[in-house]
Write a protein that binds this ligand. Structure first.
Ligand code: AMP
Length: 391
């Protein structure tokens, strides 16, 4: 994969696929992490005398342009973060986009409208990819969160541009994950949580052979516990995955650790009645977080690790009474980094939100901007947006 430094950028229009898929509420960006994450590449292009022409998707518009998914507010926000002027184009490709780019002042950053306003984007339509490619002299991919998708702006476009490279964010993401997965300092610990085992079976299979310890939390733990014949009460269990979870557990031997105790609730609500239970979960109660003994055990394993990868919350962290387990993992990762100089990598929207909320984003080695992409990378799958950069 080429880097920005491999391209000649001076005087060139550089089409950059960024990931500006930010959360918006009433047209206001509630978390600008992804916009900030793209700044090093944008600045590097400007410093080298290139003109960044940015494109991104935002949300999931159903058919054609929908005003609530316009990237205009992102352009306005970007304008406050970079010194160069930012020009927003209401078109994504074609003559109108070309005219907008031509009219932009020298040294400006251009942001094109949402790629998903065009039907061909998610279908990876070659014609659309060609139209995108026509807007730049070179192509840079910096959208790690989207490289697992073969869309026109993430994959197709790269086939129509000779000069292409990874941006600095993409390079950093790939470098940290590769270091952790291919040459981990040991002990190497992975923590997986979240709602569903079914989303993470491939990752668990791939990680079992690589890690020293795999700590499981979140609702997915209950599918495992059900597979082992434990009582799980009203906890979220994927019935059709129980046998598969059991097989994975058997295969992993003592590498895979499940929660010993749980915070259980009488209903799925912030103000539910709660209690701590060890072992079996009584009928009518549901496990919504790992319990204090598990918290301590997991924190201890993480704090003694040299390499840690985490994806997925340990409980329903959106509700305060069930957030302690997730917070404990975030804190333990920060401690591992500070005390052991451990390589600590966090990914997935929920885990990243939790680490940000705890004010610990700076205390871990790397906060990934990719959720699905990180999981697929960990599974060892080829990511189309990365492969296309080499084609
Ligand atoms: P995922 O998208 O699979 O990473 O799952 C994230 C979601 O799982 C979050 O919204 C959590 O609230 C939810 N979650 C985590 N633990 C539990 C649990 N024990 N019961 C129900 N939902 C959970």
């Amino acid at each position: 994969m080429k880097s920005l430094s491999d391209l000649s950028l001076s005087g060139k229009r550089v089409l950059v696929r960024v990931d500006f898929n930010v959360p918006l509420e009433d047209g206001r960006i509630t978390d600008d992490t992804r916009v900030r994450a793209a700044l090093p590449t944008i600045q590097a292009l400007l410093d080298a005398g290139g003109q960044p022409i940015l494109m991104s998707h935002l949300g999931r518009p159903k058919s054609g342009p929908e005003p609530q998914f316009s990237l205009r507010p992102v352009a306005e926000h970007l304008d406050t973060l970079v010194e160069a002027p930012v020009v927003f184009c209401e078109a994504t490709v074609g003559e109108a986009a070309q005219a907008c780019i031509d009219e932009a002042p020298d040294g400006a950053v251009v942001l094109l409208e949402n790629t998903r306003f065009l039907e061909g984007e998610t279908k990876n339509d070659p014609d659309l990819a060609r139209q995108m490619a026509a807007l730049g002299d070179a192509f840079v991919s910096d959208a790690f969160g989207s490289v697992h998708r073969a869309h026109a702006s993430t994959e197709g476009v790269a086939h129509h541009v000779a000069d292409k490279a990874a941006g600095s964010l993409l390079e950093r993401e790939v470098a940290f994950l590769t270091r952790a997965l291919d040459e981990p300092e040991r002990p190497f610990v992975a923590i997986l949580g979240g709602a569903k085992v079914s989303d993470k079976i491939g990752v668990i299979e791939a990680l079992i052979d690589k890690v020293d310890q795999l700590l499981i939390g979140g609702a997915m733990a209950y599918t495992f516990l059900a597979g082992l014949g434990h009582k799980t009460g009203n906890s979220l269990v994927e019935e059709d995955r129980v046998d598969e979870a059991y097989r994975l557990y058997e295969r992993a031997g003592d590498k895979l650790t499940l929660p010993l105790d749980h915070i259980v609730a009488d209903r799925f609500a912030e103000d539910a009645e709660t209690q701590i239970v060890t072992g079996e979960i009584p009928d009518d109660w549901m496990g919504l977080d790992i319990g204090p003994a598990t918290r301590e055990q997991y924190a201890n394993v993480i704090e003694n690790a040299a390499t840690v990868i985490w994806n997925g919350p340990m409980g329903v962290f959106e509700m305060d009474p069930f957030a302690e387990g997730t917070r404990a993992v975030a804190q333990a990762m920060a401690t591992a980094s500070a005390d052991n100089e451990a390589l600590t990598v966090v990914g997935g929207g929920d885990s990243v939100a939790a680490i940000n909320e705890a004010g610990l984003a700076e205390a871990v080695t790397h906060v990934s901007t990719g959720g699905g992409a990180m999981l697929e990378f960990m599974e060892g799958q080829t990511l189309p947006g990365l492969t296309a950069l080499d084609a």
